[in-house]
Write a protein that binds this ligand. Structure first.
Ligand code: FAD
Ligand code: NAD
Length: 483
């Protein structure tokens, strides 16, 4: 094997594998080093997203949602079904199959594009050299013209709740339960806490979510967050805000183990006992063993690799992309950065537009947004107009028996340029793409209003909300009386 490449990528998650494939497409000799192993101890590509993140969590969210529909929603549609049960090991086996198919697909894409996959660890040395240590074997030094660092992130652990095999788990452990816990605790009402809390709540667990902050989803639009909290509580998620976890104690032994969690809220110290506990308090950049002291890459004060707008680190020809650099820890942001860097190495001039990164929380209804929230606009003193439209009067939502939530469009008061779109509703993850495209092209709310949407579709709620910015929504009484 050659020891010299045009590009060496460290990490084969969404950031790294997109970068590697694009580099190879652009004619560069490319190697990608990744150290992940699957349950059978075999090298596996795809990083957190494919193996322990986006994909397995969505497989469980979709399965558990279908179970809820079958057990509680079908009767309203005239479908009589009885004796429906959940086979958790079968659900897990299917999830594993989905993951295997996709990670195998990345391996095929590497092969098809001529990317050299190097299973093992990578470490950046000075002068664009990379120390590659295979899973079994001695380290070798490789040389590259350009290096792309994409080592991703790992869950944050907190001293009050140290991980305890199978009992106190992180998100990875919560994707592996083989039975439904009776009482499940979740620390953190962030994206992971809500998604994985929903999965197990839908399957019958009594779920308590302990959130240190007083505010629910502070990064989302306030109105959307408030409505979402009401709906999720109505589904049985016992979300306790202002609840800061201070300790945990394991009781009993073997399968009878439980964990007592202590937390502080405004009434003082509280205790609650669970059969399992998920710690979902955020993720941190993963840089262990990645950098030789003289490699020239520096970390910022929060431990992220320091980069400029083009993802170039402080070392010449060394880039960093994905969760390990500033910005939201999202797979699609990681992918776009990977592609941008590959193309910049090839002499092209792409940019990532960080103003239009969509965010989605895959609860039901889903929560999705792009751009600025109403509270951000208020805080910055920008003048804006608002258009909203509820799914409860959208024909397709009514036909589909899925009417919770709304669409909210925020537009500049002077120029009418769309500044933010916020959706709570079924398929919000799909609908938000329309808002992203509109904002990418600097559309005004009027532009969206003048666009024809197929009928009957959920997308019409976005159309009506855009019309509502100027008071023109057809299926709502116009209180603004504007022309
Ligand atoms: P990773 O996917 O973490 O990949 C990094 C890879 O680099 C890993 O394979 C790691 O082993 C390897 N590596 C690290 N250091 C080295 C080294 N020194 N040598 C060799 N290899 C190394 N995001 C979304 O956008 N949508 C979702 O629905 C979503 N759901 C999620 C659900 C869960 C439960 C979790 C945990 C995360 C979820 N995310 C989601 C976040 C998403 O997984 C990450 O944003 C994304 O994986 C980041 O990609 P990355 O390539 O930067 O890093
Ligand atoms: P998060 O930052 O979304 O939420 C963590 C929550 O834990 C916060 O609300 C925080 O206030 C709370 N918290 C922290 N310490 C606490 C304590 N001691 N007691 C009680 N609450 C405490 O983090 P996450 O949910 O772990 O997700 C990590 C990352 O993964 C996120 O950046 C997210 O973008 C990404 N992710 C994305 C998706 C998606 O796009 N659908 C899904 C899963 C994960």
């Amino acid at each position: 094997m050659t020891d010299r490449f045009d590009v060496i990528v460290i990490g084969a998650g969404p950031a790294g594998y997109h970068a590697a494939i694009r580099c190879a497409q652009l004619g560069m000799s490319t190697a990608c080093i990744d150290k992940s192993l699957d349950d059978a101890g075999q090298p596996v590509l795809g990083g957190t997203c494919l193996n322990w993140g986006c994909i397995p969590s969505k497989a469980l969210l979709d399965a558990s949602h279908k179970y809820v529909e079958a057990t509680t929603g079908f009767a309203d549609l005239g479908i009589r079904a009885s004796g429906i049960t959940m086979d958790v090991p079968a659900m897990m086996a299917r999830k594993a199959q989905v993951v295997k198919g996709l990670t195998g697909g990345v391996a095929q894409l590497f092969q098809g594009n001529g990317v050299t996959a190097l299973p093992g660890s990578g470490k950046l040395l000075a002068g664009r050299q990379v120390e590659y240590t295979p899973h079994a074997g001695a380290p070798r030094t490789l040389q590259a013209d350009h290096v792309i660092l994409a080592p991703g992130s790992v869950p944050v652990q907190i001293p009050p709740a140290p991980l305890t095999d199978g009992l106190i788990v992180d998100s990875q452990g919560a994707l592996e339960f083989q039975s439904v816990p009776k009482r499940l605790g979740v620390i953190g009402a962030g994206v992971i806490g809500l998604e994985l809390g929903s999965v197990w709540s839908r399957l019958g667990a009594e779920v308590v979510v302990l959130e240190a902050l007083d505010e629910f989803l502070p990064m989302a639009d306030e109105r959307i967050a408030r409505d979402a909290l009401k709906i999720l509580r109505g589904q049985g998620l016992d979300v306790r805000l202002g609840a800061r976890v201070t300790g945990s104690e394991v009781r009993g032994s073997g399968d009878a183990r439980t964990v007592e969690v202590t937390y502080q809220d405004k009434s003082g110290e509280q205790r609650v006992e669970f059969d399992r506990l998920i710690v979902a308090v955020g993720r941190r950049p993963f840089t262990n063993g990645l950098l030789a002291p003289d490699c020239g890459v520096i970390l910022d004060e929060r431990g992220f690799l320091h980069v400029n707008d083009h993802c170039l680190t402080d070392a010449p020809h060394v880039y960093a992309v994905g969760d390990v650099v500033r910005g939201p820890m999202l797979a699609h942001k990681a992918m776009e950065e990977g592609v941008m860097v590959a193309e910049r190495i090839a002499g092209k001039k792409p940019l990532v537009n960080y103003d239009t990164v969509p965010a989605v929380i895959y609860t039901h209804p889903e929560i999705a947004w792009v751009g600025r929230t109403e509270q951000q606009l208020k805080a910055s003193g920008d003048a804006y107009n608002v258009g909203t439209f509820p799914f409860s009067v959208n024909g397709r939502a009514l036909a589909a028996h899925d009417t919770q939530g709304m669409v909210k469009v925020l537009a500049d008061a002077e120029t009418d340029r769309i500044l933010g779109v916020h959706i709570l509703g079924a398929q919000a993850s799909e609908l938000i793409a329309q808002a992203v495209i509109a904002m990418e092209f600097d559309a005004s709310a009027e532009d969206l209003g003048l666009t024809m949407f197929a009928h009957p579709t959920l997308s019409e709620a976005l159309h009506e909300a855009a019309l509502g910015v100027a008071g023109h929504a057809i299926h709502m009484v116009n209180r603004k009386k504007r022309t």
